[in-house]
Design a protein around this ligand. Structure first.
Ligand SMILES: C[C@@H](C(=O)O)C(=O)SCCNC(=O)CCNC(=O)[C@H](O)C(C)(C)COP(=O)(O)OP(=O)(O)OC[C@H]1O[C@@H](n2cnc3c(N)ncnc32)[C@H](O)[C@@H]1OP(=O)(O)O
Ligand SMILES: [Co+2]
Length: 132
């Protein structure tokens, strides 16, 4: 694991929330994009040596939609930057981690990503991110 790549925060509407992060918290907005594979719209804010990722659901099939329904807005996941995600997946599986997909998926910025079930990581949803 190289560093905390980003902290994912679920929001109902990015356009309504972004001003709080830029005007009140003083963060810089770096980019906004839609990630089809996860059915989310995301906004990356510069957090110094990490990022804040705001996530808004694009459809009811989005994991973020379900999260908001059950728990409302708030911290959703912690993303860890790794090199060689496939090897890391094998290593972590051997250590008992419950990965949510057999193969990495394509996440924001075209990165390879995979998630670890929070029930196997003591209540925190972790994402592995390989930016190549
Ligand atoms: C764009 C990309 C990127 O950065 O590149 C992204 O981040 S996309 C980020 C959005 N995509 C994802 O999150 C994909 C991975 N997530 C998933 O597959 C799902 O959200 C699961 C994590 C499997 C949860 O889905 P499920 O339908 O099981 O929801 P559920 O409400 O029944 O939750 C099952 C149990 O997990 C807990 N749980 C659910 N979501 C959680 C979360 N975010 N953090 C911690 N615990 C969580 C619930 O409290 C419940 O525990 P109890 O039974 O004790 O109440
Ligand atoms: Co993420």
């Amino acid at each position: 694991m190289e560093n905390v790549d980003h902290i994912g925060i679920a929001v109902r509407n990015i356009d309504e929330r972004i001003a709080y992060y830029t005007d009140v918290l003083g963060m810089n907005l770096e980019k906004v994009e839609e990630v089809e594979s996860e059915q989310v719209k995301v906004a990356f804010l510069d957090g110094g040596n990490t990022h804040i990722e705001l996530l808004e659901p694009l459809s009811e099939s989005s994991a973020i939609h379900g999260y908001l329904e059950k728990r409302g807005e708030g911290i959703h996941h912690i993303a860890l930057k790794v090199k060689g995600i496939e090897q890391e997946m094998e290593r972590m599986k051997a250590e008992g981690a419950r990965l949510l997909s057999e193969q990495p998926k394509i996440g924001a910025g075209g990165a390879k990503v995979v998630f670890i079930h929070p029930k196997s990581s003591f209540g925190v949803l972790y994402e592995l991110v390989d930016r190549g």
